[in-house]
Design a binder for this molecule. Structure first.
Ligand code: ATP
Ligand code: MG
Ligand code: MG
Length: 547
C-alpha cells in the first residue's frame, strides 16, 4: 500500500470529527453514471472515496447515478464493477440512484406542497434564456405562481404519463435573481419516454442530477460527498434541497476537488464514445484509450496507476499533469517485475559463416537482473540469426558503434561477431549481413580482454517465433487536445498504431495473457489478453519525464 499525504479534504474530515459532526462517521460514495467505461480520471475519485473510507474506518458505496436512461446500459454497469475490483477496491454496497426514484418523487411532492416547486409549461430553450447570466437579471416564468394544489395535480399527471415529452418540467422555486445560476429555479424533473435499464417503463419522468444527487447521498447516510470543481456552483442548491426535506440521517456535505487531466489525453466520455463509434480505435479497451480497460490492455498495472494518482494528490485548482509522469510509474513497476526477453521488431538476417553447419547451442540468460528469484532460461543460438535492421549500417555516421563492415560487436549473452559482407537487393537495401564469430567469446567476454563498443540483441532464425506487435504513438499529437474551442479530433494521429511481425525468442510465446515482459533494449510489452503471441508496447525504456 502507498502512504497518502494529507490534503484539504482529509484535514476537513478531521476537523469535522473533532467538532463531533456526523457522529464522527465517515461515509463516501463513488457515483459513476453507467454511460461509458471508467477512465484514469475516475481512478482519482475512486482512490479518494474508497481511500478515505478505509483510512477513517468508514464505508464507501458504489452508486450508479442512473438517472439519465438515454445513454445508460447494463454493459457499463458490469464493466465499472469489474474495473473497480481490478484497481483493488471493494464497495461496501452497490446501489443505484434508480432505487430511490419513489423516495425522490415523494420528496418532490413534499416541495410542491410547501410551495417550493412548480410545474412549468415552457420549453427548455425558453427556460434557459430566462435564466439570464451572472450580472444579468433572470426572468420569472409566467407559471411560477401556480398554487400548490394545481402544481401537485400537474406533477401527479406528469408522472401518470398524461403529457408529452418536453411539454412540462418541475422546477424548484428559489430565486430568479440569485447570483449563483444553479439557484435560479433549477429543473428537477423532465418528461422522457425512454426505457430505463433497471426500472423499464415504470417512469416517464426522470430526476435531474441536482435533484437526485444530494438526496441519494442523504438516503445512504453519506457524510462527505466529494465531487469535481465544476459542481462548486451547485453546492448552494445541494444544500437548499436537503434543508427543505425530512431526512433519514444527518445532512451530507459537498466538497469539491480538481479533476485529473493529462497531456495528450481526452477524458470526456462523449469524445471517448465517438472514438469507439467512429472506429478510430478498436473499442473501449483499445490500448490507446485512457480507460482503465485500455490501460490494462496496454500493460499499465493497477499498482502503478494508483501510485501515480496518489503521487499527484488532491488539490483545489485544476491542472494538467504530464502523461510522461504516469509512464514513469508504469516503467518503474515493470523494471522491477518484468521478465527480460529478446525480440526483433524489424528483422535483418545475419549469417555466421564460420559457425559449424547445423550446430545449435543453448545459452543461459538471466530473466530479471532486478530479481534473482526470476532465475535463468536457455536461449537457442545458431548460425543464422535475426538482428534489428537499424543495428547494422553500411555507411555509418561518426559515433555509430553498432554493426558495420569490419566492426566487431557483442551479441547479448552470446558471442562477439564481426561483419564481413553485406548483401543488398536491387534497390541497394541491405537484406543480409555475413559475419564471423569468435568461439572464445561465449557468454560475451573475450579471454584476451578486448572490448567492443556495443551489445545488440538477436534471435536464432530457425527457432524464432512470429509475434504480432503493436507499436503506439500518442493518440493525440497536441499536448492539450481540444484546448480552447478546437475539436480534439483534429489532433488525432492517424498513425498512432503501427503493427509489425516481430521475430521473437521461443520463451516469449509462453507469456501468459496480460503479462508484461521487457524486450531487451526496446521497452515493455504486454501480452494481449486474448490473442496469442500478440503484444502491445506498454512504454519505452527511457524515462522521458523531466521537471
Ligand atoms: P463525463 O462528464 O465525461 O460524463 P463524468 O464526470 O460525468 O464524466 P461520471 O461517470 O458521471 O463521469 O463520474 C463519476 C465520478 O467520477 C464523479 O464523482 C466525477 O466527479 C468523477 N470523475 C470523473 N472524471 C474525473 C476526473 N477526470 N478526475 C477526477 N474525478 C473524475
Ligand atoms: Mg456524467
Ligand atoms: Mg459529467
Amino acid at each position: 500500500a502507498t502512504t497518502t499525504a494529507s490534503d484539504f479534504i482529509r484535514e476537513r474530515i478531521q476537523a469535522d470529527q473533532q467538532a463531533g459532526l456526523h457522529d464522527g462517521r465517515v461515509q463516501t460514495r463513488f457515483p459513476p453514471e453507467p454511460n461509458g467505461y471508467l477512465h484514469i480520471g475516475h481512478s482519482k475519485s475512486i482512490q479518494l472515496n474508497f481511500g478515505l473510507a478505509e483510512e477513517f474506518g468508514g464505508a464507501c458505496n458504489l452508486r450508479f447515478d442512473d438517472t439519465n436512461p438515454e445513454a445508460e446500459d447494463p454493459e457499463y454497469v458490469d464493466a465499472i464493477q469489474d474495473d473497480i475490483a481490478w484497481l483493488g477496491f471493494e464497495p461496501a454496497r452497490v446501489v443505484y440512484a434508480s432505487d430511490y426514484f419513489e423516495q425522490l418523487y415523494a420528496w418532490a411532492e413534499e416541495l410542491v406542497t410547501k410551495g417550493l416547486a412548480y410545474v412549468d409549461d415552457q420549453d427548455a430553450e425558453t427556460i434557459s434564456e430566462q435564466r439570464g447570466g451572472f450580472g444579468q437579471p433572470g426572468v420569472e416564468s409566467p407559471y411560477r405562481d401556480r398554487s400548490p394544489e394545481e402544481n401537485l395535480d400537474l406533477l401527479r399527471r406528469m408522472r401518470a404519463g398524461e403529457f408529452d415529452d418536453g411539454t412540462k418540467v418541475l422546477r424548484a422555486r428559489i430565486d430568479m435573481q440569485h447570483n449563483v445560476m444553479s439557484m435560479r429555479d433549477p429543473v428537477l424533473y423532465r418528461i422522457r419516454r425512454i426505457e430505463h435499464h433497471r426500472t423499464g417503463n415504470d417512469w416517464v419522468i426522470y430526476p435531474t442530477y441536482d435533484w437526485a444527487h444530494g438526496q441519494s447521498d442523504a438516503i445512504e447516510g453519506v457524510t462527505h460527498s466529494l465531487c469535481t470543481l465544476e459542481f462548486t456552483d451547485h453546492r448552494p442548491l445541494y444544500d437548499w434541497c436537503l434543508e427543505h426535506l425530512e431526512l433519514p440521517h444527518g445532512k451530507p456535505e459537498q466538497t469539491e476537488f480538481a479533476r485529473l487531466a493529462l497531456t495528450h489525453t481526452v477524458m470526456s466520455k462523449r469524445i471517448l464514445r465517438r472514438l469507439v463509434e467512429e472506429g478510430t480505435v478498436d473499442g473501449w479497451d483499445d490500448a490507446r484509450m485512457p480507460t482503465l480497460r485500455g490501460m490494462r490492455t496496454r500493460g499499465y498495472p493497477a499498482e502503478a496507476i494508483r501510485e501515480f494518482v496518489d503521487h499527484i494528490g488532491v488539490a483545489k485548482t485544476n491542472s494538467v499533469h504530464d502523461i510522461e509522469l504516469l509512464e514513469f510509474f508504469v516503467r518503474r513497476h515493470h523494471n522491477t517485475h518484468a521478465l527480460r526477453r529478446m525480440g526483433v521488431l524489424e528483422p535483418l538476417k545475419v549469417v555466421i559463416t564460420n559457425w559449424p553447419e547445423g550446430h545449435v547451442e543453448h545459452l543461459e540468460a538471466i530473466n530479471n537482473p532486478e530479481d534473482e528469484a526470476a532465475g535463468t532460461r536457455a536461449v537457442p543460438f545458431s548460425g543464422e540469426l535475426w538482428i534489428e535492421q537499424d543495428d547494422f549500417m553500411l555507411d555509418p555516421p561518426k559515433k555509430y558503434y553498432r554493426l558495420t563492415p569490419g566492426r566487431e560487436v557483442r551479441l547479448r549473452g552470446g558471442y562477439f561477431i564481426t561483419a564481413t559482407e553485406a548483401i543488398t537487393d536491387d534497390d541497394g537495401k541491405v537484406v543480409e549481413v555475413r559475419c564471423t564469430y569468435d568461439p572464445e567469446t561465449k557468454g560475451g567476454q573475450a579471454p584476451d580482454g578486448r572490448k567492443v563498443k556495443s551489445t545488440i540483441h538477436w534471435v536464432s532464425a530457425q527457432h524464432a517465433v512470429d509475434a504480432t506487435v503493436h507499436l503506439y504513438e500518442r493518440l493525440f499529437t497536441d499536448p492539450h487536445p481540444g484546448k480552447g474551442d478546437s475539436d480534439p479530433m483534429e489532433s488525432l494521429d492517424p498513425e498512432s498504431r503501427r503493427t509489425v511481425t516481430a521475430k521473437v525468442e521461443p520463451a516469449i510465446a509462453d507469456t501468459p495473457a496480460g503479462e508484461v515482459i521487457q524486450f531487451e533494449r526496446l521497452g515493455y510489452f504486454a501480452a494481449d489478453p486474448s490473442q496469442p503471441t500478440t503484444f502491445h508496447r506498454t512504454v519505452g525504456l527511457r524515462d522521458e519525464w523531466s521537471n
